[in-house]
Design a protein around this ligand. Structure first.
Ligand code: PHB
Length: 397
């Protein structure tokens, strides 16, 4: 009897193993980001986060399910290239999902393909508010510029009488300008002038001189993170705007973590609003940063693009787990819409079921020295569950 029982158990175990082999399946993620061109150094901050999340959590996947990450370089803000890559990933690689994307023009170019092919597209950076309205297959785990720049404007109106806005002349810059200006003016502040500068290689010295001559109390800047942030700091200081008493403020893109060491002390005191900082002392953030340093080296620090990509991968895992490894695009979107995540490095987040955009905290931060290194110290939580204000204001119209 005992022998019979153990044979039965062994047979069952064998057939279960057989079943898992038969149903073994690979989820293919087509991952598009920038490894060259403007912000080419930022692609790896996203890819590393995705790979680290997969490494730490793949044991949670249904038996036999594997993830294959297929990476592609969109070469910076280059919508034609992004579209071509997405098409190839959909048609030739037959990816289950698209993910990544730093730049708004690229995300907008991919959106219609996601709709046509019914391929869920998880945006891990691009931040212009309108993007998520361009396809029902988009979910965004990064941010919108309205989410940071609107509360920044409200805060600034209590501190400053006048402001000047300087933004890169493309989607997220226009959003940052509009969101900040609306909130600043709404709080009684006066935007004395504004300038939109070319996305690549603007003549910074000339623009900074114009701002200096206008004598605003504060200069609000948005540029697309990366090396451009350091160019802003350098020119702000070289032209003496700090000495003239002008306060530099902006969304967190202007004090991105990986550039702080390149900026030097001119960054001290720069005040920003953002959804995350490496200096945030939430346990989930500390664990994230410790895992990063363990994997990539003690001198390495993630940035906000890493956080959007980490949480985006957590979102994808939820869809895979809930569907036991067999992804249906419409079910995937339904799962995305109800997602809540208590353990994000930024604090608790969720996906807004109406807009498929992220709902997240926003922090007031100031660059200070912590243990001799520049850090975005979180001073205050301006909101714990901030929805994209642009869409909230549209609803009221
Ligand atoms: C964007 O293109 O949407 C974008 C790029 C860089 C940022 C933020 C937004 O830092």
């Amino acid at each position: 009897m005992k022998v019979f029982k153990s044979i039965t158990i062994a047979a069952l175990a064998l057939s279960a193993a057989g079943a898992s082999v038969c149903s073994a399946q690979t989820i293919k993620i087509g991952f598009i980001t920038s490894y060259s061109g403007l912000n080419g150094n930022l692609g790896p901050y996203m890819e590393r986060a995705v790979r680290l999340y997969i490494k730490e959590h793949e044991k949670e996947l249904p038996r036999g399910v594997k993830i294959e990450l297929i990476t592609r370089d969109d070469t910076g803000p280059n919508p034609d290239k992004a579209k071509q890559l997405a098409q190839e990933l959909i048609v030739r690689e037959r990816v289950n999902l698209l993910a990544g994307v730093i730049f708004t023009p690229n995300a907008l170019a991919i959106a219609p393909l996601a709709t046509e092919a019914k391929v869920p597209f998880v945006i891990m950076n691009a931040g212009t508010a309108v993007i998520s309205t361009r396809s029902p297959y988009i979910a965004r785990t990064s941010f919108t510029l309205w989410q940071s720049s609107y509360p920044l404007g409200e805060w600034a109106a209590k501190k400053f009488k006048s402001a000047y806005t300087l933004v890169s002349d493309f989607g997220p810059g226009h959003d940052a300008e509009e969101a900040f200006s609306k909130a600043f003016a709404g709080g009684g502040g006066k935007v004395i002038d504004k300038v939109r500068v070319p996305l690549q290689n603007p003549d910074w010295a000339a623009y900074m001189q114009r701002v200096k001559d206008a004598k605003p109390d504060a200069l609000m800047v948005f540029i697309p993170a990366g090396k451009t942030a350091t160019a802003v700091m350098k020119n702000f200081s070289d032209l003496g705007l700090d000495k003239a008493g002008i306060k530099l403020i902006g969304p967190g893109d202007i004090t991105t973590e990986e550039e702080l060491p390149n900026m030097g002390d001119v960054a001290l005191g720069v005040t920003t609003v953002f959804h995350w900082s490496a200096a945030g002392d939430r346990p989930a953030n500390k664990a994230f940063i410790a895992a990063w340093k363990k994997e990539f080296g003690p001198g390495e620090t993630p940035n906000f693009l890493s956080v959007g990509s980490w949480d985006g991968t957590a979102l994808i895992f939820e869809a895979i787990k809930r569907q036991k490894g067999k992804l249906d695009p419409d079910k995937t979107m339904e799962i995305f819409k109800g997602w809540k995540f208590a353990d994000s490095p930024r604090g608790p987040i969720s996906i807004d079921p109406e807009t498929r955009d992220i709902i997240q905290p926003e922090y007031l931060r100031e660059v200070r020295k912590v243990n001799g290194q520049l850090a975005n110290v979180e001073l205050e939580t301006l909101g714990t569950a901030v929805k994209d204000p642009w869409k909230e204001l549209q609803k009221k119209k």
